[in-house]
Write a protein of this length. Sequence first.
Length: 254
Amino acid sequence: MATEATPLDIAQRAVPTVAPEQRETTVATDAAELFISEKRLGERIKHLRLKKSMGLVELGRHTGLSASFLSQLETGRVVPTLRNLARIALVFSKDLSYFFEPEPKTLFRVQRGKDRIRLPQSGTDDPSYYFESLGYLVPDRQLDPYFAEFLPNMPGRRAHQHAGCEFLYVLEGELDIVHGEGKHRLETGDAVYFDANTPHSYSNPRDVPAKALIVTLQASAVAAMTQGKQKATLAAVPGLRPRMPEGTGTQTPQ
């Protein structure tokens, strides 16, 4: 006598039997699709194309791929073969690995006022000012910004110098700045940008504190810019050989 099928029996019959090797293939395919999706190949290709102000048709002419295929590629509707990806990479002078390396994160650091550390002028037991770094949380920074408070009626200390340039903006009070052989009076709202390789010093001539924002350019950034200028000169004038500037490191007020 036949027994009546239960709902569980009916559900089990409805599920197709999948061989172990097929299940492994399914898992591998899903993992591959996830890997491709995470690399955002289409977005990277579109970023390179727009950065060069290049249209789909023009990119197609360079790669031999149709504009419609490239459009589908950028929107993720199709996946490129390594051969097609290599063609695109060559157009933008990129290595094939560019599309699979982790994407660099955009630099953005917030530093709260309560987290800053107040430090005295270095190199003296009787500092004429105190400063707070505004960028110490930023790794490999090219600029060093500081907030400085100059004590009242304090004469300038020994002059110092360092590679690069320096910018100073007076927030409150007045400051005297000696740069080389010249002496200059700055008032609230005044700013100065100068060559920091020239010996310079600061002093507050008034009986109230003076406050300023100071920005120094890292020596490594100066070296990079100098090298870039030298390469441009080398390209323009055959026979010239660039010289590498000396000196690296972080510049701090002294």
